[in-house]
Structures are given as structure tokens and as C-alpha cells.
Design a protein. Structure first.
Length: 308
């Protein structure tokens, strides 16, 4: 469905035109060289309703680097596979530290604060790798199935670019391994994690793919991925931890569970109502998209929707 239609079409049109006036858009992530060249002027936004209807504005069909947004899907797969077991190895408290921080691990015996910072996501991907032998492939397949777009795929150049500058993630993984909290060989885990992060998808794809979080765990085909309780819990962890050390500010401004990535995307959920994805590559100093947070703030302000 094109922009302008559907229940939220007017709101999307308004946001899509207002965003042009936003002057300070932040800067693309530069620690992954292949992301550094992205244009902060790009902006897309999509809304998917629980019945699968999806519409959007501006660059909503343009694939971008999903990065940490994939952490939600990896966690969902692990919860779907073995329930609450993963919480022995990763916490669910906001970290208050940057997404790639090491500091807290030493005080908490190699158990990361939550599954949405890099350390926690490495633990989740490690578990998914043990359970399936193909963690990144499973995350990609879930995105394909839930979005209905078989073109969603890894971008080898992005994975390679990140691997070539991956000392911080390697340090996190080795440090946790020293506490016995990583089961796979670290190089294998890092390869899976970088592949998972390299997946390219559009706002349209991601708003659709996250639909199970607005449908109490029910997948696009009507089968169940998560129990209603698990879906509620994933949303809760997104709200408290999904935007790193800006999760408090994000809850204050947007009032929705959300998960960002350094590619400039953010997925957000209005349980029972819709899922959203915004994309604009310019980031603030916490690694969240400036125009993306702004657009979600506008959306919840204009519609009055929020989990509060
Ligand atoms: N692949 C990125 C990293 O590990 C993901 C970080 C992010 O999107 N915040 O550094």
C-alpha cells in the first residue's frame, strides 16, 4: 500500500513532509566503515497493522543495514525454542552504559545486563548458534517469513567491514568466554553475529516482520512464535533496554517499546495496534537515529498512542 492510505496515512504524510525541516540530523556510524558513507538526508517510515496491511512514506521501501534491530529477532527465536532458559546467562536491566561497553561485565561475572546491548546479544546469538547451528540464517529466515520478502539477506561487505574493525566485539566475547558464558568458539560466534547484524531490510520489511510483537506472539501465517506472555516480555525489555543508555529518554519522548540499530533504523511497537519502523542514518551520540526518534515522537504525539 502506498503512502497516504490507511488509518495512519495522514499522519505519515505529515511526518514525511515535516522531516524536511529537521536541520540537525546527527552523523552516520563511522566505526563500521561501510556505514559511514550513508546519507543523513534519507528518511523512511512504515506502519504495519496487525492484519498485515503496511504503508509508509519517503524511503520506506529502501533496504538499509538492520544492525542491532536483529537482536530482537534473535531473542525471540531463543525464547521460542527453549523458553526462559536464556535468562540464566543474560539479565534484563537497563545498562546505563553505551551499547558496546565492557565495564559492567567484570562486576557481574560475565553476565551482561540485557540482551540488547552487544554483550547480551552475543550471548543470545551464541545460544541460538548452539540450538540451530545457523544463528544468522535463522534470524534472516524469520525476517523473510514475517516480512514476506524473500530478498531480505546478508550483505557480505558489511559483515566483512565490521569484522575488520571488530576488536571491541571480540573483546566482549572473549571476556565473557573467560567466565564460561560463551559456548561456541569465539571466532565462530563473531562470524555469526556480524552476519546477523549485516542483514539489509527496509522499513516496510521490518515493520511487517515485527508484527508478532503487536499480535501477542502470533506470526504472519497465524501460527504462534511466542506465547502472549513472552511477547509482552520482549516488548518490556525493548522499552527498558532497546535504545541503550537513552532508553529512559526514548520512553519519555516516544512512550513505546523500541529497538534501534547503528544503521539508523528503529522498530517500535504499539501492542494490539501496529508496529512501526523508521530509518534515517544520522545518529546521536548514543547511537540512535536523530530523525528516527523525532519521527516516532511526532507519531505518538499526533496519534495519542503509547503504552502509557
Ligand atoms: N553490529 C553493531 C555492533 O556490534 C551493532 C551495534 C548497534 O547497532 N548498536 O557494533
Amino acid at each position: 500500500t502506498a503512502s497516504g492510505s490507511g488509518r495512519f496515512g495522514g499522519v505519515l504524510e505529515q511526518i514525511g513532509s515535516e522531516v524536511a525541516a529537521l536541520t540537525d540530523r546527527g552523523r552516520p556510524a563511522d566505526y563500521i566503515p561501510l556505514l559511514a558513507g550513508a546519507d543523513p538526508g534519507r528518511f523512511g517510515m512504515a506502519v504495519a497493522e496487525p492484519d498485515g496491511t503496511v504503508y509508509g512514506v519517503n524511503d520506506w521501501q529502501e533496504p538499509f543495514s538492520t544492525q542491532s534491530i536483529t537482536k530482537v529477532f534473535a531473542l525471540a527465536l531463543v525464547l521460542a525454542s527453549e523458553g526462559e532458559e536464556i535468562w540464566r546467562r543474560v539479565g534484563r536491566e537497563p545498562s546505563g552504559n553505551p551499547f558496546n561497553s565492557l565495564v559492567q561485565l567484570e562486576y557481574e561475572n560475565g553476565v551482561p545486563r540485557n540482551p540488547f546491548i552487544n554483550a547480551g546479544a552475543l550471548v543470545v546469538t551464541d545460544r541460538l548458534q548452539t540450538l540451530t547451528g545457523n544463528a544468522a540464517g535463522r534470524v534472516r529466515d524469520l525476517l523473510r517469513e514475517e516480512s514476506g520478502n524473500p530478498a531480505v539477506d546478508f550483505v557480505a561487505e558489511v559483515a566483512d567491514s565490521e569484522a575488520a574493525h571488530g576488536d571491541r566485539n571480540a573483546a566482549l566475547a572473549h571476556f565473557m568466554a573467560s567466565y564460561g558464558n560463551i559456548a561456541n568458539p569465539v571466532p565462530e560466534l563473531l562470524a555469526a553475529y556480524f552476519r546477523q547484524c549485516s542483514i539489509a531490510a527496509s522499513c516496510q520489511d521490518l515493520a511487517s516482520a515485527a508484527g508478532f510483537l503487536a499480535r501477542r506472539g502470533v506470526r504472519a501465517d497465524g501460527s504462534m512464535l511466542l506465547t502472549p506472555s513472552q511477547a509482552k516480555r520482549v516488548n518490556a525489555v525493548m522499552l527498558t533496554c532497546g535504545t541503550y543508555d537513552a532508553a529512559g529518554e526514548f520512553a519519555y519522548r516516544v512512550g513505546l517499546p523500541g529497538k534501534s540499530g547503528v544503521g539508523g533504523g528503529i522498530v517500535a511497537v504499539v501492542p494490539g495496534v501496529c508496529t512501526l519502523c523508521v530509518w534515517s542514518p544520522g545518529l546521536d551520540r548514543r547511537g540512535n537515529s536523530v530523525a528516527g526518534v523525532w519521527a516516532l515522537d511526532r507519531f505518538t504525539t499526533l496519534t495519542g498512542l503509547s503504552v502509557f
